[in-house]
Every structure is written in C-alpha cells, then in structure tokens.
Design a protein around this ligand. Structure first.
Ligand code: GGG
Length: 354
C-alpha cells in the first residue's frame, strides 16, 4: 500500500478548525483508496511566535522537505503584525521550495448563489494562476532613517524573464489540460509600470505564439477586476503577478459564493519539492473559535493535493462529495446562509463519500 507523508501546519485562528476536518476526509479516502497518509503535525504559527519569537523554527524547511506534500490552514493573529506572520511562515516556504505556481480555481457550484445577479451555476468556471515566488512579494528593499520623521521605505518588485516565462507556460499548459474555453488572459499594468510589466507582456506574447490553439487577451488589472464582475463567464485561465492575482483571486472567490469555498495549490510543477495546499482564506479572527468556519475550502484544497499526488479518482470523489452537499442546500455554514457547524458540514461530506 502506498504511504504519503503529509506535513500539516494548521497555523492560526480558523486554520486550527478547518485542517482537522480536511484530515478526517483524507482518512476516509485512505480507507477507500488503498493508501495511507502519515500526518506530521507542526505547531507553527502565532503560538510558536509567542513562545519562541519566530513563526517556525530555524530548521523548518529541512523538516518539511522530505514530505510528499504540505497542508496548511491559515496564518495571521491580531496581536502580531501581518507582515511578521506572513513573512515568517508562508512566504519563506513558497520561496524555499520554489512553489512558483499558485493555482486558485473559481467555480460556481450548483446550489450556491453568486452575489452577481445574473450568474447561474456552472457559468463561472475559471482558474487564477498567480506567479508565487517573485514580483511584488520578492521582499527586496529596506528602510532608510528607520523610525525617524524623514523615514524612507523602498520596496522593489522583481520580475525575471525566467519567472514570467515559466508561469505563463504553466497557464497555457493548464488551458490545454482543462480543455474548456481554451483561453488565457494575462493581467498586467503595463501602461503605468513600463519596465516589469512590459517584460511580462512581451514574454506572454512569445509564449502565446507557441500555442496557436489557445485564444489570448491581455488586460490591465483594473479592467480585469471590472470584467471579473461584468463577464466572469468569459474567463478560462487567468495569469498574472503575485500581488495582482492575490487580489483578483479574492474577487473570484467571492463571486462564486464564499471565501469558504476557495481552494488553492502552491505548486512546484517540476516536483522537486513538496507542494503546499491551503484555503485562500486567512485566519479569520472574527469567527475563530466558534466552530462555524466553512471547512470546504480546505477540503477542496486537500482534493487538489490528491490530484497532485496523482490520486485522481480520490480527488474527483472529494470534489463530487462537496458538490453534492452544496447542491442539496441542507447542510451549510453561515457564510453560505446556513446554521450548521464546521463539523456538521464535514460529516455531510463524509456521508457523501460513502
Ligand atoms: N490560508 C493561508 C492564509 O492564511 N492566507 C492569508 C494570506 O494573507 N495570504 C497571503 C498570500 O496568499 O500571499
């Protein structure tokens, strides 16, 4: 029997509530699909920071590296600055393992209402592909005259031809694989950012020329934000920089009904390192500890993990179970207008898994 070692970082806030639910689903999958998951739990995050002054230990990357995949809940705590939590845990893992493709599907499930009046189930079905290791999140910069009245902050974006080319190529590969609308939209702001984004546009055109069967469009990020609302059905694969697609994927999550349904994968497409799977939502301190967070984003992220581990049937089974619960409109957490708890929603998914 195949065994996969899964590093589990539940993290902060609702992360500690959703991750155990995804583990329950994976345990059920293990029983049905002749596989074993060996979970290695790491109690990193805000609690670790309060005890040791850092979000994860110095040797964290070495501990994660031998694992087959990483399942993460959320990072962020009201008593720690957000740049400390994010730069202390999630971003260093993405960079250390060169997880350059952040994949965020947006699908309007039957039984879920979009805040867009005209959208019907299935109308919205696209994937945001976010460059995940450089761009605006490269952490290059510093302060001059730190904490003085004349303080200066410099933060430099880093765009490399290699970095752009590989994420754009990944996006085209995904459009071919999805076999849907066969369309890739590239997002920049090259009218205002005349160097980095111009390099992006040029590289996009060069890669696009190698995929004559795929339709393309290039949009400025402001127009893309508008068109996600105005014509979401026209998108198939959307590719853009770290910051732009971080923001756009919150829009894509909310137009398909809830952040509580938004799954994501941080992939090393070359499979040199463990890829990381996490819900798009953060630690949500406003609802943490109440047992009402929607576990589906994390469960669907676990399905993306199964896909990456080449357990395709198991991945499809989890997605179908989630879809069936949503279609019934009976068991749902408050973000979807229901009154059920996190655990009850997972119970319903497990029941559908049979
Ligand atoms: N689910 C992971 C999490 O806590 N995300 C919050 C966040 O701020 N993420 C920023 C990012 O994805 O770059």
């Amino acid at each position: 029997m195949k065994t996969f070692t899964i590093a589990v970082i539940a993290g902060d806030g609702v992360g500690t509530e959703v991750v155990p639910q995804a583990k329950r689903v994976l345990e059920k999958i293990a029983k049905k699909h002749a596989v074993t998951f060996s979970f290695q739990d790491f109690d990193w995050g805000a609690g670790h920071f309060f005890r040791w002054g850092r979000m994860m230990p110095a040797g964290a990357i070495d501990l994660l590296q031998p694992c087959d995949a990483i399942l993460l809940g959320a990072v962020g705590h009201p008593d720690i600055p957000d740049h400390t939590t994010l730069n202390g845990l999630l971003l260093p893992i993405r960079r250390a393992f060169d997880l350059y493709a952040n994949v965020r599907p947006a699908y309007l499930y039957p039984g879920v209402e979009s805040p867009l009046a005209k959208a019907r189930s299935g109308d919205i079905d696209f994937v945001v592909v976010r460059e995940n290791t450089e761009g605006e999140y490269a952490q290059v910069g510093g302060f001059v005259y730190h904490l003085q009245p004349e303080e200066v902050a410099i933060q430099t974006s880093v765009f490399t031809r290699r970095g752009i080319e590989r994420i754009v190529r990944f996006a085209f590969g995904l459009a071919v694989k999805r076999d849907k609308k066969k369309r890739v939209a590239s997002i920049t702001k090259s009218n205002a950012q005349g160097y980095s984004m111009v390099l992006w546009d040029r590289t996009f055109q060069e890669v696009a020329a190698q995929y004559p069967g795929i339709e393309t469009e290039s949009l400025l990020v402001d127009a893309a934000a508008m068109n996600f609302i105005r014509r979401p059905e026209s998108f198939d694969v959307v590719v853009g920089s770290n910051l732009f697609c971080d923001i756009l994927s919150d829009i894509s999550a909310i137009i398909v009904g809830s952040m509580g349904l938004a799954a994501s994968a941080n992939l090393d497409p070359l499979r040199r390192f463990p890829s990381l799977f996490e819900p798009v939502h953060g630690s949500a301190p406003d609802i943490a500890g109440r047992g009402v967070v929607n576990p589906m984003a994390t469960i669907l992220s676990a399905a993306m993990m199964l896909d990456h581990l080449q357990m395709t049937d198991a991945a499809r089974a989890v997605e179908a179970a989630v879809a069936a619960v949503l279609a019934e409109r009976k068991v749902r957490t408050p973000d979807l207008g229901g009154k059920n708890s996190t655990e009850e929603v997972t119970d319903a998914v497990l029941e559908k898994l049979g």
